[in-house]
Design a protein around this ligand. Structure first.
Ligand SMILES: NC(=O)c1ccc[n+]([C@@H]2O[C@H](COP(=O)([O-])OP(=O)(O)OC[C@H]3O[C@@H](n4cnc5c(N)ncnc54)[C@H](OP(=O)(O)O)[C@@H]3O)[C@@H](O)[C@H]2O)c1
Length: 227
């Protein structure tokens, strides 16, 4: 509220070696029922949730608040999708009830835009670097609409882009007692990353949350803002 922008939390479910997806069969969950129940409480306390088109295409996710508790305002579900690749028949679009926003670029096809709008999806053009949707502009848009919090639940690419762009205030990482290994399973934050140890993003006020007998979550605040 002081900074007049939403608090942005990057949430992810990870193996102990920091992987979020397996290269071949990615069905099933990384973390336990208990951890996923905990995620629902985080979703319940957030005003908006954001993912990337990569996650929508691979998981056909809903990103709804399934906590069962009453909400003071509907959870806004946001997809960053520069080319409007999202299908009008995806679960997100099919369940849209004035609560789905797709943030795209001016390169997106007007026909695809019209098809989504006919289903009640709000489509906004927010051009960013490299021909992709600007995550900063998404956060500014939410600020202008008085949204107080945003949770990012995305794949490797959007996670890194969000961290690098400086929009992330804190992380909430759920760790499962598993290791996927390999170089093809996706890390929590992909992209180019930082090339020097001394340039690593640094976090402060690290808190451990026990989730079950062998699972925990790490909550931490971003210390160093990206270059
Ligand atoms: N374990 C977990 O917690 C978790 C959570 C979510 C997803 N996942 C897994 O992650 C995998 C998908 O990862 P992903 O990296 O392919 O997908 P992603 O990060 O969800 O989406 C990536 C896509 O978003 C679009 N995009 C729009 N604006 C962007 C920007 N500013 N920066 C970067 N990308 C932007 C790009 O496509 P365009 O250029 O076409 O716009 C990009 O290819 C799936 O296997 C899913 O299961 C795991």
């Amino acid at each position: 509220m002081r900074e007049r922008r939403p608090l942005v939390t990057l949430k992810s479910a990870l193996t102990l070696d920091g992987k979020i997806a397996a290269p071949d069969d990615n069905t099933g969950w990384i973390t336990s029922d208990q951890a996923r129940l905990h995620v629902q409480t985080l979703r319940h306390h957030t005003d908006a949730i954001l993912t990337g088109i990569g996650t929508v295409l691979s998981d056909d996710c809903l990103l709804t608040d399934r906590s069962g508790a009453d909400r003071s305002r509907p959870l806004l579900r946001i997809v960053v999708d520069s080319q409007l690749r999202i299908s009008p028949h995806s679960n997100m679009v099919e369940t849209c009830s004035d609560d789905v926003l797709v943030a795209t670029t001016s390169a997106a096809s007007p026909e695809r835009r019209a098809a989504l709008e006919r289903k009640g999806v709000e489509v906004v053009v927010l051009d960013g670097p490299d021909g992709r949707t600007s995550l900063r502009a998404v956060v500014e848009l939410l600020a202008s609409r008085n949204y107080l919090s945003l949770m990012i639940e995305a794949g490797s690419k959007v996670n890194w882009a969000a961290l690098e762009s400086g929009v992330v205030d804190k992380i909430f990482f759920y760790y499962a007692p598993k290791i996927l290994g390999g170089t093809q399973s996706l890390p929590v934050a992909g992209g180019i990353g930082r090339r020097r140890r001394s340039d690593a993003l640094v976090f402060r006020d690290v808190k451990l949350h026990p989730i079950s007998s062998d699972e925990f979550a790490v909550e931490a605040w971003m210390l160093r803002q990206p270059r």
